[in-house]
Design a protein around this ligand. Structure first.
Ligand code: PBG
Length: 334
């Protein structure tokens, strides 16, 4: 501790002083991660009494609706504020137009009704996009091989109303069609769903990090081509600000940046420019990458997980969608 010398040419300001003890480190911490920051994405599948592992996402499972209450219960007990629901639609229910997205008895609607009954205190976020429902794996409908913007938006509005009727609290359009936020807002309002919130995937990039998610949903194998005509080019950052500006103008209540770790600069810019609740999605590939290193004994699970999540808070995020949510909540509570 006593490094001082008589020479007197050593620093009077020593930034290390505040790092000396755990208690000072706690006092000077600029950001904090809490259970209140966590949103847990979950995969709901067809069938009964089944739970399957997602091979590329160790620790992540798909569950049937009848197993959902048991699956979610620990997260509810830990106080995780909200869930993001994703359906694993059986192939025979997929078609080119994503018709199943409008079925009042589809997996998301069944799950929403059950979860609202069992855990009324939890928020339910419904993804709005057609890829879980289309046999070509795109987020919208195709016209002459191109994902048609306006025709897709019409289906997304119907999907949103369908999900709102089942009790979804927050629509999270992840499709990246132009104008969908305004159209969905108008559609929901016309049906009286004025309190249903819109969390827009405003800056969603055409990323390689969604691979394991597409495995989880079974939408990857069938995907024809890529999503570069609607998801953003990873090279761009000014464009993300334009996307966010339009979505806010159209009525988004909060915005999202996705993926997370490779796009922390975008989180920071969006937060600083707009000062609106900015969420970030630590996507499947980021989770897979961290878990793979942990499984190899190359990273420490708890430390790597918490550091990766804290980074989002430091960048300015209001909250994080993360497959680590239950594990992180457990640690944060303890
Ligand atoms: C669908 C959607 C995707 C994710 C969330 N919603 C995949 C995609 O756009 O292809 C990815 C989430 C993840 O990788 O964890 N529109």
């Amino acid at each position: 501790m006593n490094d001082a010398t008589s020479l007197g040419r050593f620093p009077t300001t020593r930034l290390r002083r505040n790092r000396t003890d755990a208690w000072t480190r706690r006092l000077v911490a600029e950001t904090r991660l809490s259970i209140d920051d966590l949103i847990w994405p979950i995969f709901v599948m067809d069938g009964s009494n089944a739970v399957t592992d997602v091979a590329s996402m160790p620790g992540v499972q798909r569950v049937t609706v009848d197993r959902l209450a048991a699956h979610v219960e620990p997260a509810a007990r830990l106080g995780i504020p909200a869930l993001a629901l994703f359906p694993v639609t059986p192939n025979e229910k997929k078609d080119a137009e994503g018709t199943e997205s409008g079925n009042p008895d589809n997996l998301i609607c069944q799950a929403a009704r059950l979860l609202k009954r069992e855990f009324p205190q939890m928020g339910l976020i419904g993804d709005v996009a057609l890829d879980p429902y289309t046999n070509h794996g795109h987020d919208g409908v195709l016209r002459e091989g191109y994902v048609a913007n306006d025709a897709s938006v019409e289906v997304l509005v119907r999907q949103s109303i369908n999900q709102a009727r089942a009790g979804i609290d927050v629509m999270a359009p992840s499709d990246m069609m132009d104008g969908r936020i305004g159209a969905i807002r108008a559609g929901l309002d016309a049906e009286g769903f004025i309190h249903v919130r819109l969390m827009s995937y405003a800056a969603k990039y055409a990323s390689a990090f969604y691979g394991p998610f597409r495995d989880a949903l079974g939408s990857g194998g069938s995907l024809k081509g890529d999503k570069k005509t609607y998801q953003m080019d990873p090279a761009n950052t000014d464009e993300a600000l334009r996307e966010v500006a339009f979505d806010l103008q159209e009525g988004a209540d909060s915005v999202m940046v996705k993926p997370g770790m490779p796009y922390l600069d975008i989180v920071r810019r969006v937060h600083e420019r707009f000062h609106v609740p900015t969420f970030v999605y630590q996507v499947s590939g980021e989770y897979a990458m961290i878990m793979a290193a942990i499984r190899n004994g190359w990273l420490d699970h708890d430390k790597a997980m918490l550091e990766s999540l804290l980074a989002f808070k430091r960048a300015g995020a209001a909250g994080v969608l993360t497959y680590f949510a239950p594990a992180a909540a457990k640690l944060l509570r303890g």
